[in-house]
Design a protein around this ligand. Structure first.
Ligand code: AOF
Ligand code: ZN
Length: 368
């Protein structure tokens, strides 16, 4: 099948480039840019890292004089402000491009349409909305953070068909298949932090590093929610991996324990007087530290508390075709039951897929 050459053709290339940079731009969006002149690609650019050149800058540099009279495809509205770099809309005006095709507006309140306005004021033809849905989805984490300063929270869980994340004796290796487990590492790659509860940290002794199939992975900050500092000094977390470790705790945690874990390299953040960690305050603090996205990998208690507090933006579930039963076997979400089905938390914007014999379900939680 030959792909027709049109605006979508070039925008999808720009989106592909942006997609591959997910996870490496920190609190900045991922952005791709393509410049076309007289039917030929003349410039390509991707924003690679916060503080470095925006996508348009790379593409305009590559195109050189060929940018004049050309068409620019950019996955996010060109910026209009002086941040860590000068405004891209000015750059495109100076380069004398003829037309700019934009996939979606920049949700950053300091841009939000002003980049496009600026281009139009200078006589550049601007078209907005080509492959918009894909572009918006691509920067959902950025949009959440830039508008609320709170990290985007994804809960990921792998369970049996009856919602169990281990058997009654605590055995959990393995529930999901290898392909699903690799996908989970790809999810880690795309978040700035991974969070687990102390129950999971003690039961599974995870290292919380990102491992891919033959290539290196980005290593997010590792966070443990541990209200009484029960994490053992022998934990794999403290021995394996290179990324920082943050332990969220309360004022009730023993001081000597705190000193011990700090000596082992962990940073301790006190969030509330206890007995439980104040998760909203914790996420606010992580936001202040410019952590714009958190992948929560359990277990049920932490997942339940986050859901109850309405702090979750996306839920990603892998179901293995297994049934294990057991009243006391742990499940993905510890929540108090409800009386009426109409009061259930539901998932919107559903994505369903098959991963070999596992079933992938992802959605945005909606509270009654
Ligand atoms: C673009 N193209 O490639 C990116 C944009 O601190 P700065 O200078 O990097 O600016 C960051 C803001 O710029 C970010 O919040 C978002 O609004 C926009 N990002 N804009 O035109 C790009 N990365
Ligand atoms: Zn810019």
């Amino acid at each position: 099948m030959e792909l027709p050459v049109n605006d979508e053709f070039y925008m999808s290339l720009a989106l592909d480039m942006a997609e591959r940079a997910q996870g490496q731009t920190g609190i900045n969006p991922v952005v791709g840019c393509v410049i076309v002149k007289d039917g030929a690609l003349v410039g390509l650019g991707t924003h690679l890292k916060r503080g470095t050149a925006h996508a348009e800058v790379h593409a305009v540099r590559m195109a050189g004089e060929q940018a004049e009279g050309g068409t620019v495809y950019v996955t996010l509205e060109p910026c209009s402000h002086h941040g860590k770099t000068p405004p891209c809309s000015d750059l495109l005006i100076e380069a004398k491009v003829k037309r700019v095709v934009v996939a979606c507006l920049d949700p950053n309140p300091v841009v939000a349409g002003s980049g496009i306005k600026r281009l139009r004021q200078h006589g550049i033809e601007v078209q907005v909305g080509t492959l918009r849905e894909r572009a918006v989805r691509l920067n959902d984490k950025f949009a959440k953070y830039i508008t609320t300063r709170m990290p985007y929270v994804t809960i990921k869980a792998a369970s049996t068909l009856d919602g169990k994340i281990a058997t009654e004796t605590g055995d959990s290796k393995w529930i999901s298949n290898e392909e699903a487990r690799l996908q989970a590492h790809a999810l880690r790659h795309r978040h700035q932090a991974i969070m687990v509860g102390i129950g999971t940290a003690l039961a599974d002794d995870p290292s919380l590093t990102t491992r891919h199939d033959g290539v290196d992975g980005l290593q997010p900050v590792r966070i443990v929610v541990d209200s009484r500092l029960r994490l053992t000094p022998e934990a794999n977390l403290l021995k394996v991996g290179t990324s920082p470790i943050v332990i969220l705790t309360t004022e009730q945690a023993p001081v000597e324990r705190r000193r011990l874990l700090e000596e082992l390299g962990a940073e301790i953040l006190v969030c509330g007087a206890g007995p439980r960690v104040d998760l909203k305050a914790a996420l606010e603090e992580l936001g202040r530290r410019e952590i714009g996205s958190v992948l929560v990998e359990g277990g049920g208690a932490l997942n339940g508390e986050l859901l109850r507090a309405r702090l979750v933006d996306r839920i990603v579930l892998y179901f293995a075709p297994k049934i294990v039963g057991g009243k006391h076997a742990p499940h993905s979400f510890d929540l108090e039951g409800i009386g009426r089905m109409a009061d259930a938390i539901t998932l919107d914007d559903l994505e369903v897929d098959r991963v070999g014999d596992n079933i992938f379900v992802s959605g945005k939680p909606i509270w009654p």
